[in-house]
Design a protein around this ligand. Structure first.
Ligand code: PXP
Length: 250
């Protein structure tokens, strides 16, 4: 099987089910129910971002989702000592380290691994000893890819947010420029022995070119799928996303 045709995994980020629940308090809609639907619909993993301010997913959600599903759980978190303790006690399949600022609405950029390499190396080592697959969420920048490899990550997740914004604004030249960076970063990452994931801002219209990057083995998609679920249901939204991903790999 060529890499191009290998199964491209779809991790579904269910944070925004909790966003809707928290808008009212109470228990509905339940992220565990969403996680079980992802599993039924053929999703390959559940992604949860436990933010420092717990604005969506809370500690109890992480416990409940991990207890309910057989799919691998990917815990997105900032590189803080609190999150390290939580990851080491919960032992999710994967940990994706992301930058986090309280005032941002979503994860706005990639980690500056280059500037924080020594601290990240120390942060990653115990997670790897606990057998987590450790991923760093970075911009498609070759210096960051090299720094991620030196820091001991096994995976890089390429931030495709800039690409998604150029798609939305119909800025074709800028979009193509971002795609070139993504292709180059993905090729370099694989050369350095890193597994390559991608995510942020993906939807039915823009997922194809990202799914077609041959080194990418996993996409993590959240906000669009949860929004689309309002209209067509979560399972149907996931099945359509899977279809779009498969089309890109024909
Ligand atoms: N991957 C990472 C590392 C993220 O931080 C996010 C957003 O939380 C996503 C993927 C999913 O992005 P979106 O919700 O825009 O699909």
């Amino acid at each position: 099987m060529t890499v191009q045709n290998a199964h491209l995994r779809l991790g579904v980020n269910i944070d925004h089910v909790a966003t809707v629940r928290n808008a009212r308090g109470g228990a509905d809609p339940d992220p565990v129910r969403a996680a079980l639907l992802v599993q039924n619909a053929g999703g390959d993993g559940i992604t949860l971002h436990l933010r420092e301010d717990r604005r969506h997913i809370r500690d109890a959600d992480l416990d409940a989702v991990m207890a309910a599903v057989t799919l691998p759980v990917n815990l997105e978190m900032a590189a803080t000592s609190e999150m390290s303790r939580i990851a080491l006690s919960h032992r999710p399949h994967a940990v994706c380290i992301v930058p986090e600022r309280r005032e941002e609405r979503t994860t706005e950029g990639g980690l500056n691994v280059l500037a924080d390499e020594d601290r990240l190396r120390d942060f990653i080592a115990p997670l790897r000893e606990a057998r987590a697959r450790v991923s760093l969420f970075i911009a498609p920048d070759e210096a960051q890819v090299e720094a991620a490899a030196r820091a001991g990550a096994q995976v890089v997740e390429l931030h495709v947010g800039a690409y998604a914004e150029h798609c939305a604004a119909r800025e074709d030249a800028a979009r193509d420029g971002e795609l070139r960076k993504l292709f180059a970063a993905a090729a370099l990452a694989q050369e350095l022995g890193l597994e390559v994931h991608a995510g942020h801002g993906l939807n039915f219209a823009n997922v194809g070119p990202i799914a077609a990057i041959p080194e990418v083995v996993e996409l993590n998609i959240g906000h669009f799928l949860i929004g689309e679920a309002l209209f067509v249901g979560l399972e149907s939204a996931i099945r359509e996303m899977r279809h779009q991903m498969n089309l890109a790999r024909l």
